[in-house]
Design a protein around this ligand. Structure first.
Ligand code: 5AD
Ligand code: SF4
Length: 468
C-alpha cells in the first residue's frame, strides 16, 4: 500500500471542460489505494468547476498533495514538497499568474493547523472527510481566506460528489477502486489510522451497488473494494438483516458485465465464515488476499494489540486455502517494534516460511506521536531495524520470485488493461495482481483471454496467447 502515485494517468483525465474557465490541476497522491480513489473523486469534484487534470506540475494552476501519515517519512515528504511549491508560487506571482496550493489526505487531517502555520504558501487544507467541499474552499481561498477544513463532516461526502462516470470527458480504465468502508476501530498500537481516518464507517449497500453498476456500465471489468479495514464492512439487506463483506461480494457478483472482484485491506480478526465461503463459491472473486500479520512473535503481536497470535493466523490461512486452494497471500510486516528481540524477529521469519507469500510490503517501525507504541520502552536501534528489514525482504523477495516462476508453463486468465511498449503488445493483470506482457493482436483492452506464461521477470510476467 505504499506506492507513490502521480495520479491521473492519461485515461483518467477529464478533457471536456470549456476553454473559457479552464484551469489546470495537478494531483500528487501519496500512500495507499484509498488515497488513489480519493484523488479520483477530488479530480471529479474539480472537473465540475471547470478544472482539467494535468500530469505536469509546470502547467498547473492548482497543485493538490493528497498525503499519507502512516510513517514519519511519508509525512516529511509533504513538507519538503511544500517548500518547493512555495518557490514556484513566488515565481508565478512575479509573472502575475495564479498558483494555488492545497493539502489533502491524512497529513492534512492530523496536522492541518501545523501545516497552515509552517507553510504560509498553502491556500487550502482539506481532510479526507470534507473533500467534497473543495470547490467552495478554493473560492474562499481566492477571496483571501486561508481555509483549514478537517472536521468530520456531518453530511456524507459521497452524496455530495459528482457521479464519477458522468464527469465530462473522463475515460475510464477497465479496473477501478470503490471505497466501501473508511476508518478503523482496531487501534493497533503502532498505527495512526484510527486517529487520522476516525472510527469505522460503512457505506450503505445501495450506494455501493449503484456506484458499482455505473462503473461497470462505463466499461469497468474489475472492481477492488477498498477500506482501511474492509472486512469490517457491515450493512443491512432489504429485509433489515445485518450483513457483512461476504454478503456484499455475493450481491456485487450478480452485476452483469462485472468480471472480477477484489477487496483490500483486511484484518485477520474480521475474516468471518461468510467471507471465506465467498472465496469458495465466487469464481470472480480473485484468488489473492492481502492479509497483514505484521509480526510472528506472540509477545510482539500482543504489544501491537493485534488481537490474534501467530497460530490463529496460520489456522485462518489454512481455512482460507482449504476453501480456495489457488489463493495467494500478500502481507504487511513491521520490523523493530519496541521491545523486539532477535528471537521475536526470528519468529516473524519462521511465520513467513510457514505461510509462503506471493507478495508483501515490509517496513521499519516508525514512531508515530500520539500512538501507544510511541510511549513503549526499549525502542530498537535504527541499524538493527535496517539489518532485520534486509533479511526479511530477502526472504519475501525470494518467495515472490518463486511464486512467479511457479506459474511458468501454466495457462491463466488475463484481463487486458493497457497497451504495451511494443506494437501489438498488451499489458494485462493476472488473477494474482501481476502485470503480464502478451502479444495479442486479435484482442482488445477489457477482454479476458487465456494465456500461457512463458517467463517471469523481476516486476512482470511474459505470456503467449493460449490456443483453443
Ligand atoms: N511504522 C511502520 N509501519 C507501519 N504501518 C502502519 N503503521 C506503521 C508504523 N508506525 C504499516 C503496517 C500497515 C501498513 C499499511 O503500514 O504494516 O499494515
Ligand atoms: Fe492501523 Fe491496525 Fe486499523 Fe490496520 S487494523 S488500519 S494497522 S489500526
Amino acid at each position: 500500500m505504499t506506492q507513490d502515485t502521480a495520479l491521473l494517468a492519461a485515461t483518467d483525465q477529464p478533457q471536456g471542460a470549456t476553454a473559457l474557465a479552464e484551469r489546470k490541476v495537478f494531483i500528487k497522491t501519496y500512500g495507499c489505494q484509498m488515497n488513489v480513489y480519493d484523488s479520483g473523486r477530488m479530480s471529479d469534484a474539480l472537473a465540475a468547476e471547470g478544472y482539467v487534470a494535468t500530469e505536469t506540475m509546470d502547467d498547473a494552476d492548482l497543485v493538490l498533495l493528497n498525503t499519507c501519515h502512516i510513517r514519519e517519512k511519508a509525512a516529511e515528504k509533504v513538507y519538503s514538497a511544500l517548500g518547493r511549491l512555495r518557490e514556484t508560487k513566488k515565481a508565478r506571482a512575479a509573472e502575475g499568474r495564479e498558483f494555488m496550493i492545497g493539502v489533502a489526505g491524512c497529513v492534512a487531517q492530523a496536522e492541518g493547523d501545523e501545516i497552515a502555520r509552517r507553510e504560509p504558501a498553502v491556500d487550502v487544507v482539506i481532510g479526507p472527510q470534507t473533500y467534497h467541499r473543495l470547490p467552495q474552499a478554493l473560492k474562499r481561498a481566492r477571496s483571501g481566506e486561508r481555509v483549514v477544513d478537517t472536521e468530520y463532516a456531518l453530511e456524507d461526502k459521497f452524496e455530495h460528489l459528482p457521479d464519477p462516470t458522468r464527469v465530462k470527458g473522463r475515460a475510464r480504465s477497465v479496473t477501478a477502486f470503490l471505497t466501501v468502508q473508511e476508518g478503523c476501530d482496531k487501534f493497533c498500537t503502532f498505527c495512526v489510522v484510527p486517529y487520522t481516518r476516525g472510527s469505522e464507517v460503512s457505506r450503505p449497500i445501495a450506494q455501493i451497488v449503484s456506484e458499482a453498476e455505473k462503473l461497470v456500465a462505463a466499461g469497468v471489468r474489475e472492481l477492488t473494494l477498498l477500506g482501511q479495514n474492509v472486512n469490517a464492512w457491515h450493512g443491512m439487506d432489504a429485509s433489515g438483516r445485518p450483513i457483512g463483506l461476504g454478503d456484499l461480494l455475493y450481491r456485487l457478483a450478480d452485476i452483469p458485465g462485472l468480471a472480477r472482484l477484489r477487496y483490500t485491506t483486511s484484518h485477520p480478526r474480521d475474516m468471518d465464515d461468510r467471507l471465506i465461503e465467498a472465496h469458495r463459491d465466487l469464481r470472480m472473486l480473485m484468488p489473492y488476499l492481502h492479509l497483514p500479520v505484521q509480526a510472528g512473535s506472540d509477545r510482539i503481536l500482543k504489544a501491537m494489540n493485534r488481537r490474534h497470535n501467530a497460530a490463529d493466523y496460520i489456522a485462518l490461512v489454512e481455512r482460507i486455502r482449504a476453501a480456495r486452494p489457488d489463493i495467494a497471500l500478500s502481507g504487511d510486516f513491521i520490523v523493530g517494534f519496541p521491545g523486539e528481540t532477535e528471537a521475536d524477529f526470528q519468529a516473524t521469519m519462521d511465520l513467513v516460511e510457514t505461510i509462503g507469500y506471493a507478495q508483501a510490503y515490509s517496513f521499519k517501525y516508525s514512531t508515530r506521536p500520539g500512538t501507544p507504541g510511541a510511549d513503549l520502552p526499549d525502542h530498537v536501534a535504527e541499524d538493527v531495524k535496517t539489518e532485520r528489514l534486509a533479511r526479511l525482504q530477502e526472504l519475501l523477495l525470494k518467495q515472490q520470485q518463486d511464486f512467479s516462476r511457479s506459474l511458468i508453463g501454466s495457462e491463466i486468465d488475463l484481463l487486458l488493461e493497457k497497451p504495451g511498449r511494443m506494437p501489438g503488445q498488451l499489458i494485462g493483470r493476472s488473477p494474482w495482481l501481476q502485470s503480464v506482457n502478451v502479444d495479442a493482436n486479435q484482442s482488445k483492452i477489457g477482454d479476458i483471454i487465456n494465456v500461457r506464461i512463458t517467463a517471469a521477470g523481476p516486476n512482470s510476467l511474459f505470456a503467449e496467447v493460449a490456443e483453443g
